[in-house]
Design a protein around this ligand. Sequence first.
Ligand SMILES: [Zn+2]
Length: 250
Amino acid sequence: MEKTKMMALPDYYSELRPFNKYFKEGHPILCYHKIALPPGKARIKGLYLDPNLFFTQMNEISQAAFISTRPNEATRSMGSPITITFDDGFVNNLTEAVPLMQQAGIRAINYLVADRIGQTSDWEAGEGGEADPLMNESQIRDWLAAGHWIGAHTCTHPRLSRLSRDRAREEITAGRKKLEDRFGISVEHFAYPYGDYDDSTVELVREAGFKTACTMHRGINLTKTPTLELKRWTARYPSRTLKNFFRRFF
Ligand SMILES: [Zn+2]
């Protein structure tokens, strides 16, 4: 039954309409990267979302009585839960997305790369992507002060399943501790870089004490969904032309 419904949905999230009913059956999580117009030279345009389209998406969610929470957090007020996630901590998440989310009454979690704070997404350069600026410490403090949350996304954004167990453990554990020490808050949520993980990665994330971890698998989160393998819908432009190309980069 769930499979049939999934097949009727678009591959990516661009508007609420086809998802509204489905989203209210569980806890949906949306995934964003860069809120900006794609530069002409960017090959992976799917990582960019026009601020105007983002604003439309945020307003639709608000108006449909969804309440934005952290992953797996239940809403106490009237409304269905939804979680808005950003991966990597781009500066445009603060400069472009925060004012728009504030207007729409939406809160979001940003998964930060602990050793790249104030630097660029240098891992993208090797993937044919565009390295863009990441928030520095004071910008992350502004993000938090605006009512948003942070989660961990390792130290250097590796493909965790390809690392030795010790190196993967270090990326996961230190990635959390560095954020906690720097910002003086508890960091309980994790996202796998590229959505890449295996059983051993999940065990390390559990061992590090994370409450939830997000993958890049599509779907709704139900009570039976493992909390360290939460599903997300990637939000992007409605176009389908970049689909196959884009898919490689999770
Ligand atoms: Zn990432």
